[in-house]
Design a binder for this molecule. Sequence first.
Ligand code: BTN
Length: 318
Amino acid sequence: MRKKIINIILDNNREFISGEEISKQLGISRSAVWKHIKSLKEEGYNIESINKKGYRLKEKPKDLLSSQNIAHELNTKFLGKSIFHFETIDSTNTYAKKIASEEVDGTVVISEEQTLGRGRLGRIWDSKAYEGIWMSIILKPNILPYRTPFLTIIAGASIANALNNLGVSVGIKWPNDIILNGKKLCGILTELSAEIERVNYIVLGIGMNVKNLNFPNEIENIATSLCKEGYDLSRVDIVREILCELEKNYLEFIKNENREKIIDTYKKYSVVLGKNIFVIKNDDRELVECVDINIDGNLIVKKSNGAIKEVMSGEVSV
Ligand code: BTN
């Protein structure tokens, strides 16, 4: 019901709408409307109430990642139709894995803060309150487990497209770091539960720095945020855009088996293609030339002795 009320107020474009009108539209009493408005205010919505005039949104709601805000004008078929929003949580990926078997395909878990945010290769992911997008998406594709790594490629291409649509020109550092002005803006942590022939679920964790101005010392020189690079974007708009792009590309892959189009998009954003890069595995660093990214999303590199090799996992530095 609160979702419906906030939609009516959001749709009313900051004009007053009377409590009577809301109660009529929703078939509930005026005192029930009042109670819902009170709790929405407590949640951070700046709703003005004036006697005889009614209610209006005084200013854009604090950029809360609440399900109401995200769901409003979200044009997806299934991604984000169910959203779990937290003020704080240990890790959205950990929570998503706990609920994945019970929840529907496309469920989103999002939190304003993570106290134990996890990155790739067992690293910590710094996730302060209201500074970024810390979200996990539960996917249940009917594909064989060996095909799931491609979902990380899809996620990278979709996030790059989403930011590009919002006027931010980003690159992708293989396998899945989103780069802005040479620094890491966003990372993806994909976790899989599968049997030999069947995927139970995939949790696609996305961490994007949006409002952060300071980073822990260890990553200060390699991490950035949209705000630090001069972009003032709403986190809610970014989430919606990511969900739309991701759904489009995901369905293209699942329904039409079309990987070419996605790889082409991915390659367009690549900051490693055609460059000399270091491939890092454990303590080894090897200087190679990246000559291609193949249809599986793996790097094709030329070694210093001229040999061509396929790199399927690990990290690279440019
Ligand atoms: C990386 O190391 O580049 C991946 C970082 C992924 C961080 C996100 S934030 C939301 C989700 N929950 C987590 O604990 N991690 C992912």
